[in-house]
Ligand binder design. Sequence first.
Ligand code: NAP
Length: 280
Amino acid sequence: MKMAQIIDGKLISKKVKEDVAKEVASYKEKGINPTLAVVIVGDNPASRVYVNSKKKDCEECGMGSLEYAMPEDTTEEELLALVNELNNRDDVNGILVQLPLPKHINEDSIINAISPEKDVDAFHPQNVGRIMLGGAKFLPCTPAGVMELLDAYGIDPQGKDCVVIGRSNIVGKPMALLLLARNATVTVCHSKTQNLAEKVRNADIVVAAVGRANFVTADMVKEGAVVIDVGINRLENGKLCGDVEFEGVSKKASFITPVPGGVGPMTRAVLMKNTLATIK
Ligand code: NAP
């Protein structure tokens, strides 16, 4: 039986990080030590895993990393003071505040306080605006990672019908904008979309960012479609899976990303690229 080609996010992310490492090395020769500051508040286990992996990525790229682990009861004022301090430090290039924050802290206030020049997540309204208008210095890590995967496999979105499922500010919406910027015709689906399956069935490229295991099934996918699975869901047995029912869909798609090993590693690699972009 014909099977989709697996888009290997691990392999491509490794290449991206190797390129970053080369650039970091040349900056270091000039006495510049690119450094990412990561702030984590509280002890959310998932956030801890993400922060550890970002530290590891920095090490792999030869980049400096500073971690600020603050207690759960940190006040908004204390966090704002830290962000301000990091904004003003010349030895800190990128700043990333790991989300979600504890409920008593307003995430928007914190995101707005990060200097747009150091905002490696590209969440600051000024950077979001630049993504919309074109010419952004930083691209949001996950959607940009998806674009890098498409490019790496010679998949050109121009003129293609693309369906993005999900409209979050960090994945779905910017994903749609990046595809549009590359001349795709983009449909964005969400929880109020009617006839979603029908829309997905018309797509040449499907990007699933829903957060529901096995949401996209084989009957919803056109023969030969490219299927990008952004979802990360943990099943009751502890296994990770995406939003796409991989077994069935991989028999119909031309290309498919696995979970894990697809979009996830690319998100991390783009963060490294963004940290470098702060000094360009
Ligand atoms: P989110 O903020 O929860 O957004 C989910 C989106 O899916 C919303 O727009 C929602 O629609 C839509 N949705 C939910 N149920 C739906 C349904 N039954 N039919 C159609 N649309 C539905 O999630 P997110 O932050 O975008 O993340 C999405 C997934 O990607 C999660 O699994 C997350 O863990 C994963 N993720 C992965 C990476 C990575 O690096 N691989 C990075 C970020 C996120 P409404 O807007 O109408 O509510």
